[in-house]
Design a binder for this molecule. Structure first.
Ligand code: FAD
Ligand code: MLT
Ligand code: ZN
Length: 475
């Protein structure tokens, strides 16, 4: 499947031998998985669009074990695929051929948490939702949240520089990650696991690994700054009559709720139909062409509720919003969030999904969706737009009953050219992985691409770390 759709040749890495398995058994005793059934789940991605044929998966518990594994693989010229929760959207998390899967599943220990600064230090395999629970018990929250929280690992989040639902308020992991411990391709441990807010001693090397998608090193531990848990959280779910009104609602919202605003998400009517049809979720508001989810996080419930109600009065009066509902208790807040967070799941049940994750000037965000809907006509089952509007990030998804080369041909390179025409990004938050590695040049100039290739060669001269991913193959 993978290689039919994405032609690629295996590079001349060694093939895992019996001696290699014996060596791995010495490094990670009892944690060398070779059972094909057990390997199946790690060979195929969350979207079930790419599949590798790895014969071995290793489950180290410590940084030292990761270092031994990589030193050994480097010497033997064996390719390695780092894997966290395997929730990635671009096929980066699974092998392309027979790469060894290095899973962080057992590296799930919290190392320290500082109750005054909110700095959490933990191993890379901690599951995001478990970390959230851990810091919330201590009156803090994680600076990031995403629909995959139940299975994604913090190391995977850092490796993909995941954006998600709190980006608008707490910013990128490039800002909230304070330190990293990384094992380089030859097994060298790079300990930059500091917990300092400020540190200008030379180049900030950790930044290289944030968003490097397992191609430059294996992240083994993370130091991350957690914000205090807000006392009051409100969610408003609103229906808007058009995209122009969505934009005006956003401007009004920034003006009236700016300092407490923590999320501004949008979805179109087709998304609502899909979560209704596939997941049985019921819209809490009247049917509308667009919906927005606004979250506020503040320190005084009464103050926030008052601000929110005058904002709602304003947007209703001006016809920017036609219907809406509010939630403050946790159960209803979760229910409203599910409508937005579970779109990905609904889409994956709708058939074959073509996924695009794009940054655009916010005023052009929906034009691409309308444009494609007209361009594709009955070729597509659904053409939908949703995403992190507050961050200028559109998730454009197209579904069809089955994969079709002609539909793909109608989508690409059209979508990428359209995006480049707006000086947008062809990957806002999901990364490039395996599926998007050849479109990097739509968003980056040749000199940047060349420097990336040079960095890769410097840090991983044999190219054993996540080969066939992120960067286009060299001519
Ligand atoms: P994996 O999928 O296992 O790996 C992802 C990449 O990182 C691979 O290239 C892998 O090789 C590499 N990698 C993993 N761990 C390490 C490590 N320790 N060291 C080095 N490299 C490593 N993304 C967003 O940005 N925003 C969202 O809102 C969002 N929502 C999502 C919702 C759903 C339902 C799903 C399924 C996915 C969503 N994603 C989102 C995609 C997102 O990239 C991932 O969910 C997450 O960041 C990946 O973490 P993971 O542990 O699953 O990594
Ligand atoms: C989201 O925002 O829901 C995620 O990035 C996943 C997706 O794009 O479907
Ligand atoms: Zn997203």
């Amino acid at each position: 499947l993978t290689r039919e759709r994405y032609p690629v040749q295996r590079l001349p890495f060694s093939v895992v031998s019996e001696e290699d398995l014996a060596a791995f058994e010495r490094i990670t005793p009892g944690r060398v998985v070779t059972d094909p059934e057990e390997l199946e789940a790690s060979n195929v991605d969350w979207l079930r669009t790419v599949r590798g044929c790895s014969k071995v998966l290793l489950k180290p518990r410590t940084t030292e074990e990761v270092s031994h594994i990589l030193r050994y693989c480097h010497e033997r010229n064996l390719a390695v695929n780092p894997q966290g929760g395997n929730t990635g959207m671009v096929g980066g998390s699974v092998p392309v051929f027979d790469e060894i899967i290095l899973s962080t599943a057992l590296m799930n220990q919290v190392i320290s948490f500082h109750g005054v600064s909110g700095i959490l230090v933990c191993q890379a395999g901690c599951i995001l939702e478990e970390l959230s629970r851990y810091v919330e018990e201590r009156d803090f929250i994680m600076p990031l949240d995403l629909g995959a929280k139940g299975s994604c690992h913090i190391g995977g989040n850092v490796a993909t520089n995941a954006g998600g639902l709190r980006f608008l308020r707490y910013g990128s992991l490039h800002g909230t990650v304070l330190g990293l411990e990384v094992v380089l391709a030859d097994g060298t441990v790079l300990n930059c696991l500091t917990s300092l807010r400020k540190d200008n001693t030379g180049y900030d090397l950790k930044q290289l690994f944030i968003g490097s998608e397992g191609t430059l090193g294996v992240i083994t531990a993370v130091s991350i700054l957690c914000p205090p848990k807000p006392r009051a959280v409100n969610v408003a779910f609103l229906g808007c009559p058009g995209f122009a009104e969505v934009l005006q609602t956003f401007s009004t919202c920034k003006g009236m709720l700016g300092e407490i605003l923590s999320a501004f998400e949008f979805m179109d009517a087709e998304c609502m139909q899909l979560v209704g049809h596939h997941l049985g979720l019921i819209s809490p508001v009247q049917e509308s062409p667009f919906y927005v989810l606004i979250e506020t996080s503040g320190s005084r419930a009464g103050h926030d509720a008052e601000k929110l109600s005058s904002f709602l009065e304003h947007v209703l009066d001006f016809g920017l919003v036609t219907d809406g509902t509010l939630a403050t208790d946790q159960r209803r807040v979760k229910m409203l969030w599910a409508l937005r967070e579970r779109i990905t799941e609904a889409l994956s049940r709708d058939g074959c999904v073509y996924k695009y994750d794009i940054s655009l000037p916010v005023e052009r965000l929906y034009d691409l969706v309308s444009d494609l809907r007209a361009r594709l006509g009955p070729k597509a089952k659904h053409v939908v737009g949703y995403g992190h509007l507050g961050d200028g990030n559109l998730h454009l998804n197209v579904t069809a009953e089955a994969f079709s080369a002609s539909l793909l041909g109608a989508l690409e390179p059209y979508v990428y050219e359209w995006t480049a025409g707006q000086r947008g990004s062809v990957s806002a938050e999901h990364g490039l992985g395996f599926k998007k590695k050849d479109v990097l040049s739509y968003s980056k100039p040749p000199a940047a691409l060349q420097l990336m290739q040079q960095l890769k060669a410097l840090l991983d001269p044999k190219g054993i770390l996540n080969p066939y991913k992120t960067l286009p193959a060299r001519a």
